[in-house]
Design a binder for this molecule. Structure first.
Ligand code: DC
Length: 203
């Protein structure tokens, strides 16, 4: 069975947690596409060459989740040749046999417009910055919540306003605002959307 769940949304909205839970609930493979851009961003050198020669070990680095890696990823992600180099891998992953969940910024709009389910996960910038600040722990300890909020806003602005594949909900995306939702409630809603679509397709 080919079945793609596209989960897009801004930084720290809860996409990763929801994607992993949906993948586990249905036995689908999961790809965190932000990790590809993070790996290119932290590799250094020419980002286009880095994207063209990305290796599995680049994705296993333990510094991919830092604030700096997020900013570096957002910067290299505006380069069309970087996005082009990462396109085929993501498309093939999306349409692999057995079902796939991909989370990112442009999955429902560019990578897999034919996805069977498209979710757009959001939360207010303040809520997202608060979550990121808690999640970062020691690293964030050196920064105030206000600084993390400024970084979240800067990244939103760059991701939404770039020319190539900007962050925006696909026309038919189901919106999921997690600002006032507990993690379990957000997961339940996403799982319910996927289950309804699967049931419909299976008749
Ligand atoms: O989801 P994340 O925070 O790991 O993503 C890091 C950056 O990578 C994000 O700010 C923009 C870029 N990105 C992208 O342009 N397209 C994607 N599909 C995923 C991430």
């Amino acid at each position: 069975m080919i079945f793609t769940v596209a989960i897009d949304g801004p930084a720290a909205a809860g996409k990763g947690t929801i994607s992993r839970a949906v993948a586990e609930a249905f036995g689908f493979a999961h790809l965190d596409t932000g990790a590809l851009y993070r790996a290119v961003g932290v590799k250094g050198g020419d980002p286009v060459l880095a994207a063209q020669s990305l290796m599995p070990e680049d994705l296993a680095r333990d510094d991919l989740r830092t604030l700096g890696a997020g900013q570096a990823a957002s910067r290299v992600a505006v380069i069309p040749e970087v996005r082009a180099a990462l396109l085929d891998f993501q498309r093939r992953f999306a349409r692999r046999e057995g079902g796939a969940v991909l989370d990112g910024r442009d999955i429902g709009t560019v990578i897999c417009p034919e996805a069977e389910v498209k979710l757009f996960v959001t939360a207010s910038p303040e809520v997202r910055a608060g979550r990121r600040w808690l999640e970062l722990g020691a690293e964030a300890g050196a920064r105030s919540l206000a600084e993390v909020l400024a970084e979240v806003r800067e990244r939103d602005d760059r991701d939404m306003n770039r020319a190539d594949a900007p962050l925006r909900p696909a026309a038919e995306a189901v919106m999921l605002d997690t600002s006032d939702l507990a993690v379990t409630a957000a997961i339940d809603r996403a799982v319910a959307v996927v289950r309804a679509r699967l049931d419909l397709l299976r008749g």
